[in-house]
Design a protein around this ligand. Structure first.
Ligand code: HEC
Length: 286
């Protein structure tokens, strides 16, 4: 028995080991299958051993009851079986609150219709237990949800979940930059940000400010002169809300696009493009 046990245990350990190894040669799926397989085999072994234990307990109890009841012990195997079966039937009859056929006459109700009689069978015990269980559940439910209010009702549960979702949404928006506004916009020289800003500028802003930001209808965005401030937050605000003949972009651009194009405008400073528009506003130096 001992060597068998050893072999079985080592197989088990060897089987699970690749599933936990960090840089295994096996693919994660294969490792998963090995893991699942091992768990299933282990469960089957547990079930088999439980059945064995049950069998052993049965043998011991019969031996004990035979010892306690010598008359029973002298019966033949068939007689013993028949007695056990009868005892089992009794249990079922009790559980279902059934009367054996021989006692059915005690249940016959008064009155007879064209020779048809009725039995007054009691409600089965299992049904009554189920019924009492629903009452107990109802009382428990009332206490938990309405008296002590230890758990939220559906409406509260709903609003809790909605609040959680809103929080998760805000976190996600903050992460992707979609919630940026003039208070939170940050200066960036990230190539990706500037590339995205350049694209927005070329399609949306160049008609008035020129491809290079040199100024056409709108002012030159590359010089030191500013009408509405040159801080990233000032520029974001000008773009978002618009001012005088400069349109508002709040509804046409996403917060991220406005932030990107603000940074792109900042990056244009000092680029000295050809044909610059004459300075407008006051000179601002960083
Ligand atoms: C319809 C033409 C037009 C378009 C399109 C336009 N602008 Fe303007 N922009 C202007 C005008 C005109 C002004 C000056 C506003 C004023 O007189 O106060 C201006 C001002 C600005 C200012 C402030 C400059 C300063 O000196 O303070 C910034 C920054 C700016 N625009 C950026 C942009 C960006 C970025 C876009 C594209 C998203 C854009 N503009 C699209 C016309 C335009």
């Amino acid at each position: 028995m001992k060597p068998l046990r050893l072999i079985f245990l080592s197989l088990l350990v060897l089987g699970v080991q690749p599933a936990f190894a960090e840089d295994s040669l096996l693919s994660p799926e294969t490792m998963n299958y090995i893991g699942y397989g091992t768990v299933i085999v282990a469960l089957i072994v547990v079930i088999i051993s439980m059945l064995l234990v049950l069998r052993a307990v049965k043998l011991v109890t019969t031996a004990l009851s035979d010892a306690a009841n010598p008359a029973f012990a002298t019966l033949t195997k068939e007689e013993k079986l028949a007695q056990r079966k009868a005892a089992k039937n009794d249990k079922w009859i009790k559980l279902l609150s059934l009367k054996p056929l021989s006692e059915e006459h005690t249940l016959v109700m008064e009155g007879e219709y064209d020779g048809i009689k009725e039995l007054d069978n009691p409600t089965p015990a299992w049904f009554m237990y189920l019924f009492y269980a629903t009452i107990a559940f109802g009382i428990g439910y009332l206490l938990v949800y309405h008296v002590f209010k230890t758990a939220p009702l559906q409406y509260e549960e709903y609003s809790i979940e909605v609040a959680q979702a809103a929080k998760a949404k805000a976190a996600l928006l903050a992460k992707t930059g979609a919630a940026v506004d003039e208070k939170t916009v940050k200066l960036s020289t990230d190539a990706g940000v500037l590339a995205s800003g350049k694209q927005v500028f070329a399609t949306r802003c160049s008609p008035c400010h020129g491809m290079a930001g040199q100024g056409i209808i709108g002012p030159n965005l590359t010089d030191d002169f500013w009408l509405h401030g040159n801080k990233i937050s000032d520029i974001f605000k000008t773009i978002k809300y618009g001012i005088n003949t400069m349109p508002s972009w709040e509804k046409l651009l996403s917060p991220k696009e406005m932030s990107d194009v603000s940074n792109y405008v900042k990056s244009l400073h000092g680029t000295n493009p050809p044909n610059p528009k004459a300075p407008q506003g006051v000179k601002v130096t960083d």
